[in-house]
Structures are given as C-alpha cells and as structure tokens.
Design a protein around this ligand. Structure first.
Ligand code: GUN
Ligand code: ZN
Length: 372
C-alpha cells in the first residue's frame, strides 16, 4: 500500500477529523489544502518558497503534462518530483475534469474521450487505461481515477449516465494501475446535485477497494448552500478509515465548511489565480489591491499575517506593482494568499485538536465578513 491514513482525533464540537496521511514522499497533516501546480509549477512560486510557507503536498495535472511536455519526457527526467525539483508529496488529477471542460473540442464514448488539444488542435484519445499510464509515468504519490464531471445544471438522465460510466471507468483504472506500492489510486464520487444519484455513486465507488476517495462535480457553479447539502449526505457514506478529498474547492469559507462536514483534503486554483489579478485573502476579508483607497496606505496587506509579503511591503507599494503589471506583484500576492490558506488550515487543525472548531468557524466568519 502506497499510503496509510492515521486518524488522530475527532473534534467533539463538530465531528471534524484530524489525521496524518503517510505517503512515499513524507507525512501530510490533514485537513490539508493543496496548492495547484497545473504545469509542474505552482505559478510564481519556487519549490523553496513553497517549503518556506510549509506547503506539504501539491497537485498537478495529467492532461496538461500529457499535452506538453509529454509524460515520456517527464518519465525520462526521472519522474515529476525530479523534473520540477519538489521532493514532497504530489497528487495528479486524471485529466477527466480538464478534458470535459474543453466543451465542443471533445467527444465522450464508453471507451474514453476523444479531444483536440487546446494548444494546436491535434487529436488525442484518453481512456481510463491511458490516464493511468500517464499518471504512472508522472509518478505522483496519489493519482486520481479518470472520471466524468457533469456540468451544472444537468438533467438527471445525463448525470445518471455519467456517474455510471464513472464507476465503470474507476474499475478499469484500478485494473490498469500496477504500481500500487508507490502510487495510491483514489476513486471519485459523482452524481451532481441529486441525492439518490450521489448515494448510488458513493455506494458504487466505495465498493471498489481503493486507498482513498474524492468527491467531484462540486464547485461547478451551484449555490454554496447546495454544495454544503450535497456534502451533508455524501460524506457520511464514505469510509472513515480512508482520506476524503473534496476536489476543486478552496475559498476560505468552503474550506472550513468542508472540514466541518468531514473532508480531509482540498485543492483549488483560486488563491493563486486571484493573486495574479491583484486580489488578496486577508483576516478582514478580500482585498482588491488595485483599489484607489490604498494609494497612500502604508500598512501591510494583512496586519495579522506574518508572511514575507506582509512583513516587508505596504498596500501602497503592492498596488503600485499591480497597476504597473509587474511580475513581483504576482509573486508577492501568490506567496501571501497561499500562506494565508495554509495558515488557515493549520489553525483549523489546532481547533479540532482543542474541540473548538465551531467556535473557530464563527469567529473566522465574523472577522472575514461572511454571514453566519
Ligand atoms: N476537479 C474539480 N472537480 C473535479 C472532478 O469532478 N473531477 C476531477 N477529475 N477533477 C476535478
Ligand atoms: Zn501575508
């Protein structure tokens, strides 16, 4: 077995889980937020900087690395860890989600998905077996099954067909995955916003013996309360002795609401993406750095943050960099936003340890400006 989930304790106030995930590249504290490094790089961050902010695991994308530079090249480099100079755990998403977001560029069949490259229009075919072949070549510690993420909204019939195909594909992924000693294959539960279909998918996917399970098909444009409702009835159907991963979720409120409902792992491009367009998460809420009100604001982005950016730069300076489109703006804001979420999760883990996660949630929402 490539990974082992160790449950440390359950919060008496909420039922949230504190744990450790043992992987071939080290131990991860859960609940955890995973920064996204789509192109074998977390945009604007060196691996040394990621370590400085205590990132424990990062996510990368099968689809993008297959298209460019090609998984054969990454394999020749000695695998993804060596290729990108990151020696801590890595998770690769299967490409299911990325291929499905190509829209008219793709055709779904039982065998797999035919699509055209977003770069040069060349034709490709990814099947569950091909996705696993690529993920085996990349060599991440955790690899995701090839799934179909239904759009929102989608009618019942469509969602039912796609979740049943996702189950058949998950079985084919497990069959194709040979490197089980070094790479843990996770299954993905689909089922859209339909309670009975989520139950069916959870039953079918967890019946396949895998070292971890994810919830996919959420944060696809549905209202937040609807996502929380889906989590309310789906998470309890997942085994409690294995990690539970909520895919594509990473706003501060969603992270906390996810942990409250029993999620252990999250990933999202949000902190890095909004950093590059000049927006920061802070303990007082979101700050749009470009805003004129910061022209002469010589205080740090977040007075409560002790990251490199907040210890050394003012809002007025950061605003200047953003307005000039300077590379340093992206670097400093990405550094801060990732630090903010990683630190948030550290505080969440401490609150679970102290049986006060609900109090922590209420205090955080009050300050950050979310409604209770
Ligand atoms: N990332 C966010 N949502 C999903 C999903 O449903 N499936 C996959 N493979 N990746 C995701
Ligand atoms: Zn900061």
């Amino acid at each position: 077995m490539a990974i082992r989930y160790e449950l440390i304790k359950v919060c008496k106030q909420t039922g949230a889980r504190l744990g450790k995930l043992h992987t071939p590249h080290g131990v991860i504290d859960t609940p955890i937020f995973m920064p996204v490094g789509t192109q074998a790089t977390v945009k604007a961050m060196t691996p040394e900087e990621l370590k400085e902010i205590e990132a424990q695991i990062i996510l990368s994308n099968t689809y993008h690395l297959y298209i460019r530079p090609g998984h054969d090249i990454v394999k020749k480099a000695g695998g993804l860890h060596k290729f990108m100079n990151w020696d801590r755990p890595i998770l690769t998403d299967s490409g299911g989600y990325q291929v499905f977001s190509l829209g008219p560029l793709r055709k779904i069949k039982e065998e797999g998905v035919e699509f055209r490259s977003h770069l040069d229009g060349s034709k490709h075919f990814i099947s569950p077996e091909k996705a696993i072949e690529i993920e085996n070549a990349l060599g991440a510690d955790i690899i995701m099954a090839f799934d179909e993420c239904a759009p929102y909204p989608a009618d019942r019939e469509y969602v039912k067909n796609s979740l049943e195909r996702t189950t058949r594909w998950a079985k084919r992924c497990k069959e194709a995955h040979k490197n089980t000693d070094n790479q843990a294959l996770f299954g993905i539960i689909q089922g859209g916003m339909y309670k009975d279909l989520r139950e069916q998918s959870a039953r079918e996917i967890t019946a396949i013996d895998l070292p971890g399970y994810a919830i996919g098909g959420l944060s696809v444009g549905e209202p937040k309360p609807l996502m929380y409702e889906v989590l309310d009835y789906t998470v309890p159907l997942m085994p409690s002795d294995k990690p539970r991963y909520l895919m594509g979720v990473g706003s501060p409120d969603d992270l906390i609401e996810g942990v409250l409902r029993g999620i252990d792992m999250f990933d999202c491009v949000l902190p890095t993406r909004i950093a590059r367009n000049g927006t920061a998460f802070t303990s007082g809420g979101k700050v749009v750095v470009r805003n004129a009100i910061y022209q002469e604001d010589f205080t740090p982005l977040d007075p409560e943050c002790d990251c490199y950016t907040c210890r050394n730069y003012t809002k007025a300076y950061l605003r200047h960099l953003v307005k000039c489109n300077e590379i340093l703006a992206s670097r400093l804001l990405t550094y801060h936003n990732l630090y903010f979420l990683i630190n948030l999760m550290k505080n969440v883990r401490q609150a679970i340890m102290d049986d006060r996660l609900m109090d922590f949630r209420n205090e955080f929402f009050e300050k950050f400006g979310y409604e209770k």
